[in-house]
Ligand binder design. Structure first.
Ligand code: ADP
Length: 163
């Protein structure tokens, strides 16, 4: 039967900080779903430079023109966050084969926990395929130019944090 309810997706990540690669995925996913929730988490394997609140703020600054994009922070299991928000899908960006193996494992795990939740993979735009938050931080820390790698609006925020 036709289900007219809104299709909500969650795009999770640490976004430390947001890059143009992330923003491209947000842009594309916002066209595929009625509502997109960017879920900001702290990956226990990484020590972030920006606090969760700061990361949320940077993403909000760059997504304010998207009416169907919302930014939230979360802890704990991704699947629980997805369920709480009544989302039907998890969005992941894939850059290279190296992303694939880990993401395949996570997608299978999440499917095991909740069979109803789909993981939707979007291929990174070719010009963003080398881009990661770590590369941006490394470049900024060493006096490199991060223009073109992150939204212009947040370049100053990132540079301020580095020095
Ligand atoms: P990182 O950027 O350090 O890999 P994140 O946790 O912030 O880590 O990434 C969040 C999501 O965004 C992941 O699904 C990741 O694969 C995706 N992603 C990261 N960088 C890019 C990029 N350049 N293009 C497309 N997707 C990306």
């Amino acid at each position: 039967m036709f289900n007219s309810s809104k299709k909500i997706a969650v795009y999770p990540g640490s976004f430390d900080p947001l890059t143009n690669g992330h923003l491209d995925i947000i842009h594309r996913a916002s066209k595929l779903f009625d509502h997109l929730i960017v879920g900001v988490l702290t990956n226990s394997a990484k020590s972030p430079i920006f606090t969760k609140e700061e990361r949320v703020e940077l993403i909000r600054k760059c997504t304010s023109e998207y009416e169907n994009v919302e930014v939230k922070m979360f802890d704990g299991l991704l699947v629980d966050f997805v369920r709480e928000n009544k989302a039907v899908a998890i969005i992941k960006g894939l850059r290279a084969v190296s992303d694939y193996e880990y993401e395949l494992q996570m997608a299978a795990l999440n499917k095991h926990i909740d069979h109803e939740i789909e993981t939707v993979f979007l291929m990174a735009d070719i010009q963003n395929s080398f881009l990661s938050s770590s590369i941006v931080k490394e470049l900024a820390k060493n006096g490199g130019n991060i223009k073109g790698l992150v939204p212009d609006k947040i370049i100053d925020d990132i540079m301020k944090k580095m020095y």
